[in-house]
Design a protein around this ligand. Structure first.
Ligand code: SF4
Length: 356
């Protein structure tokens, strides 16, 4: 099966790679944009970084913020005009809870922009489900519990939500659709005992892939590693076993459970990712990335409250170099490895390219 999660996708965009560094003066559109349409959520997961006081991620998030309908339509027209390839909706809040989501999805489809969403799956029904089934590229539903009681404990949500989400997944998979449906299973000390049972369930109801990642409990990598140390070996062994037993051409398990030597410090001074996949927040600020969303001190590239996204993007290349990862990003960064690969590419001495 061809991989959907490779860190090397960006190397299919040579022009973009060659435009990234300060020296070029060239600005090309982002390839992919993450949009946080709303910060309102119907769940309240205990580990959600947006709801924890001591997490840098989401530190300045205003819970009631949503992108106004006209601004959302303006953004979509802009990015179509600029040639952005794809949009992923994510939180802040629950993206499918956004009042104008169906209109936004239809407009993206009309512009032939690929779209996807991270979601808790509780609103994956009716028109929204139809639009994803017809035009969506992928959905990733976050699940942590293994029954109604545990799910409610993780999420402080209504009784019976787990059953409802599983039913929504089953119904979605009964449609004839090319939209890939994945699960994001966040591993903590409680649910590692249930990985095997859950993976079997997901496969049996037609889920296409599962991404297994570690719960982040702290901004401090050492504290985070300490939390996972007692379950690390058992978790890695179980993942290896279930991958062997369950993976086939219709079902992929992606092991994103981190290694115990994970270190959040950075040794590079500019961030390529910022120009590849920026984030538009529900507060109408443009952020460098997912891990700096709602960080008004070190994550904001600019605001589109009083200007269009397109106008902002092409206004000044210096905007993309305001953040210095070695100084500003000593916390979790999901694309740290991607960044290092791109920076190595950008640092190659062109005089020596032929000596491959
Ligand atoms: S280095 Fe990572 S955390 Fe820092 S701005 Fe870039 S993507 Fe974001």
């Amino acid at each position: 099966m061809k991989s959907k999660y490779s860190k090397l996708k960006i190397f299919h965009y040579k022009d973009k790679l060659d435009s990234l560094s300060k020296e070029t003066n060239k600005i090309l559109p982002p390839i992919h944009i993450r949009i946080k349409p709303t910060n309102i959520c119907n769940h309240n997961c205990w580990y959600c970084a947006y709801h924890q006081d001591d997490f840098q991620l989401g530190q300045d998030m205003v819970m009631k913020d949503s992108i106004p309908e006209e601004k959302m339509m303006e953004i979509i027209d802009d990015i179509a005009d600029m040639g952005v390839k794809a949009v992923t909706f994510s939180g802040g809040g629950e993206p499918l809870y956004y009042r104008h989501i169906d209109k936004a999805l239809q407009k993206l489809a009309d512009h032939k922009i690929a779209f996807a969403s991270l979601t808790n799956g509780s609103f994956l029904k009716e028109t929204t489900a139809e639009l994803f089934a017809k035009y969506g590229t992928w959905l990733r539903i976050s699940i942590d519990g293994w029954d109604d009681a545990s799910y409610k404990k993780y999420r402080n949500c209504k009784e019976g939500e787990y059953t409802k989400v599983i039913e929504n997944i089953k119904k979605f998979k009964q449609r004839k659709s090319k939209c890939v449906l994945g699960i994001s299973f966040i591993l903590d000390k409680d649910n590692v005992q249930h990985i095997e049972k859950q993976m079997n369930l997901f496969k049996s109801i037609g889920v296409d892939n599962v991404k297994l990642s570690a719960v982040i409990v702290s901004n401090d990598s050492k504290e985070n590693n300490r939390y996972h140390a007692p379950i690390f070996k058992q978790t890695k062994d179980t993942i290896k076993k279930i991958k062997n037993e369950l993976e086939d051409e219709n079902f992929e398990i992606f092991d994103a459970y981190h290694e115990l030597d994970e270190n959040f410090s950075k040794d590079y001074d500019w961030c390529p990712h910022t120009q590849i996949k920026p984030v538009i927040g529900a507060d109408q600020n443009i952020y460098t990335c997912q891990d700096k969303a709602y960080n008004l001190d070190t994550g904001v590239l600019g605001s589109i409250k009083d200007q269009s996204f397109k106008k902002f993007w092409y206004s000044d290349k210096k905007n993309f170099f305001k953040v210095k990862p070695s100084r500003d990003c000593n916390h979790h960064c999901v694309v740290n490895t991607h960044n290092k690969l791109v920076l190595e590419y950008c640092d190659i001495d062109k005089q020596h390219l032929d000596f491959v």
